[in-house]
Design a protein around this ligand. Structure first.
Ligand code: SAM
Length: 483
């Protein structure tokens, strides 16, 4: 899920409240939809990070905070005091006790499968040259399904490896010495390879050990910097708190699918970023919801992951569009279709348009669970902070932020009468749950007058009123349907 910062003018004292007010019920609605073992990722920049964490601690509970990731994706070239090059991804569980203690990624599994293949190659081929040829052939043939592991194309007697720039010091003040294939020399030695701008990240003794172990790769020309071998056996797919991934990959992907000139969406996330999150936090059969789907990166990522590990993940993507620009129809769906065709994926999706499904007749035709969900989405006491859904009770279905209970009597439109017996049982349930009165009891008719301990909410009028649908009910013929 991706939310943007407050756009209210900075002189407006209530601007953060204006941002928080719509966020709260949306987060509660999403929490209600999550499986017990589900997790939510929210992408946010530094402007609203603090408030988002307070809000999410409140809704999800601090104990369910899994962590905060810093994603460094861009270079900020605007002169300012602090140049911002990263944003955040906040992660909460619905119930952290139901989420595995350790997340492994699909890449960890692919790594194991690749190492098994490597063993097979070793037992079939005697010489290193033959093994290296067989290995390269294998990786090249499977490149499209290996993702970042497709970079491990080299082989030496320690196993498969990729060549990576890992010797530089990230900031000024690194170690300054010269490096040759025979060992360490003075920085200005004639045989020495180029010194990285900030020096080396490890001391000369460590570099010497790496050279002796054959881990350093010497380029053809001495005016280049040496590189390091990064072995497949050391690869860890773990989700880390800092992710370095070029943000431009998002628009490059759209250009790959729609052509170089495509410039129709500015905020696409890199597919690889969402693959990392979904791959780590969800099983192979995960159901992934992105309620702010934009160009559909989440769907693309789910398709790519399934292709790589044979998973059966599914996605539900929602976008309201932006005025005339209906992204879902003009971008999201065509992008998924283009991804399926471009990558020859054995996948598909259904495109649905929401209409005014909730007319009087449709509401009266709902099953108990569905009408309970609708009430928790629409009840007027949840307008600011949402309604917390309560399952598996005979009458109580939710609670508002004041801790007052919501109850439902539903045996179809003809038999959903609220009477004294139901009210007493519902009040007892509410007390057991530690909830307050007045409880709001939904049903079709009520045989007794309201008291201070309960308020009768008539179905379907209360729901239609909350949705402002009561006035034009006669025109309710558009329903949710396939396009
Ligand atoms: C920043 S974009 C998401 C980009 C997406 N992660 C991607 O990689 O393409 C946010 C999207 O949320 C949509 N949006 C904003 N408010 C919404 C709402 N209330 N319901 C559904 N979609 C909404 C906007 O139309 C926009 O496409």
């Amino acid at each position: 899920m991706e939310v943007t910062e407050s756009t209210s003018p900075t002189k407006d004292g209530g601007r953060h409240t204006k941002w928080l007010n719509p966020m709260a019920p949306r987060l509660v609605a999403i929490q209600n939809l999550m499986a017990d073992h589900g997790v939510i990722f929210v992408s946010i920049n530094d402007i609203e990070l603090g408030r988002l964490l307070v809000l999410m601690d409140d809704i999800f509970d601090e104990k369910n905070r899994i962590g905060v990731i810093a994603w460094r994706g861009s270079a900020d070239n605007n002169p300012s005091r602090i140049q911002v090059e990263h944003e955040y991804i906040v992660c909460y569980a619905k119930d952290s006790a139901s989420v595995p203690q350790r997340w492994t990624t699909p890449d960890d599994e692919i790594k194991e499968a690749l190492l098994e293949q490597y063993e097979a190659i070793c037992s079939e081929s005697q010489t290193l040259t033959k093994r290296a040829q067989a290995w390269r052939k294998l990786v090249t043939a499977n490149k499209s399904s290996l993702g970042r592991l497709g970079r491990y194309t080299h082989l030496d007697d320690q196993g498969p490896y990729q060549v990576a720039y890992r010797v530089h010091n990230p900031k000024p003040g690194g170690y300054r010495y010269g490096v040759t294939p025979k060992g360490i020399v003075k920085p200005d030695h004639a045989q020495s390879y180029a010194l990285p701008l900030n020096g080396y990240r490890f001391p000369p003794e460590t570099m010497k050990r790496h050279i002796d172990e054959g881990r350093i790769v010497f380029p053809k020309n001495r005016d280049q910097i040496v590189q390091m071998k990064d072995y497949l056996k050391d690869f860890r797919g773990t989700l880390r708190s800092v992710i370095n991934l070029d943000a431009r990959a998002g628009s490059y992907r759209l250009k790959t699918l729609f052509g170089e000139d495509f410039d129709g969406f500015r905020y696409a996330k890199p597919v690889e970023l969402i693959e990392l999150l979904v791959g780590a936090a969800g099983g192979k059969d995960a159901l992934v919801l992105d309620a702010f789907a934009g160009s559909g990166t989440t769907g693309d990522a789910v398709l790519q992951l399934n292709k790589r590990d044979g998973g059966k993940r599914r996605f539900v993507l929602i976008d309201e569009g932006n005025g005339e620009d209906n992204y879902a129809r003009t971008l999201l769906a065509p992008r998924l279709q283009a991804a399926i065709e471009h990558d020859k994926l054995d996948a598909g999706f259904t495109f649905l348009v929401t209409g005014r499904q909730l007319d009087r007749k449709a509401i009266l035709g709902l099953e108990r669970n569905k009408i309970a969900a609708v009430i928790c989405q629409t009840d007027r006491t949840g307008a600011r902070s949402g309604i917390r859904r309560i399952d598996k009770k005979k009458w109580i279905i939710g609670a508002n932020q004041r801790g007052e209970a919501l109850a439902l009597v539903w045996f179809g439109s003809a038999n959903s009468k609220v009477d004294a017996e139901v009210i007493n049982e519902a009040l007892k349930e509410a007390a057991e749950l530690g909830l307050k009165t007045p409880i709001r009891i939904y049903g079709t008719t009520c045989t007794i007058s309201e008291t201070r301990s309960f308020i009768f909410c008539q179905i379907p009028d209360e729901i239609l009123m909350a949705l402002h649908l009561e006035e034009d009910e006669r025109n309710q013929d558009e329903v949710l349907g396939d396009e």
